[in-house]
Design a protein around this ligand. Structure first.
Ligand code: ZN
Length: 190
């Protein structure tokens, strides 16, 4: 609760905007490429205004950050920070989709998503139990908003890898298990 108020205050003071202004001076930033927008479109739905605001930051001060955190991508507000190598580096579109979910969380609830994601990493983590668990959860009335901030990202990432990449047909049980949660995502239900 205290954290929620603190982050709300930071949002009101425009802290994310100020942080990003400085951060972009310390890193190399670029806009989303066409294939990245295309991947995001297919999972999060079309949202040209959001995708135009997103920046990918790489290199410079991030070299040190990724040395410390083991080259794990992270998203701050509208800035997706990617390491120069490894499976979180640029070109891994499934990972980009995961990070775009964090952008979407920021737009929905403000910067408190950072606190919620860090708490998720320390608690249940990223695993949501796979597609069979998703089916069962949906039958029990669970929606995307019922998962933690990292599980939400992972559901989107796994949908990209397990449904879109192999091009599963519309009646595939795996696609059908993911679909209602992907629909929640594209309609802002997170
Ligand atoms: Zn994440």
């Amino acid at each position: 609760m205290a954290a929620t108020l603190l982050f709300k205050a930071l949002d009101i003071l425009q802290a994310p905007r100020i942080f990003e202004f400085v951060w972009h001076l310390l890193t190399s930033v670029s806009r989303l490429a066409d294939d990245e927008i295309n991947a995001a479109n297919q999972v999060l739905g079309p949202n040209p205004e959001r995708y135009a605001k997103v920046r990918v930051a790489e290199g410079r001060v991030l070299g040190l950050v990724f040395k410390i955190n083991g080259s794990r991508a992270f998203t701050l507000f509208h800035t997706i920070n990617l390491p120069g190598s490894g499976h979180h580096s640029r070109g891994n579109l499934d990972l980009l989709v995961h990070e775009m979910v964090h952008v979407s969380q920021f737009e929905k609830v403000g910067s408190v998503y950072i606190w919620q994601a860090l708490r998720a990493q320390k608690a249940e983590g990223y695993s949501f139990g796979g597609w069979e668990q998703l089916s069962e959860d949906r039958r029990n009335g669970r929606r995307l908003s019922g998962y933690n901030r990292e599980q939400q990202g992972q559901i989107a990432q796994d949908y990209y890898n397990q449904v879109l990449v192999p091009g599963l047909p519309a009646d595939s049980p795996i696609r059908l298990a993911f679909q209602p949660f992907i629909d929640d995502l594209s309609t802002g239900g997170l």
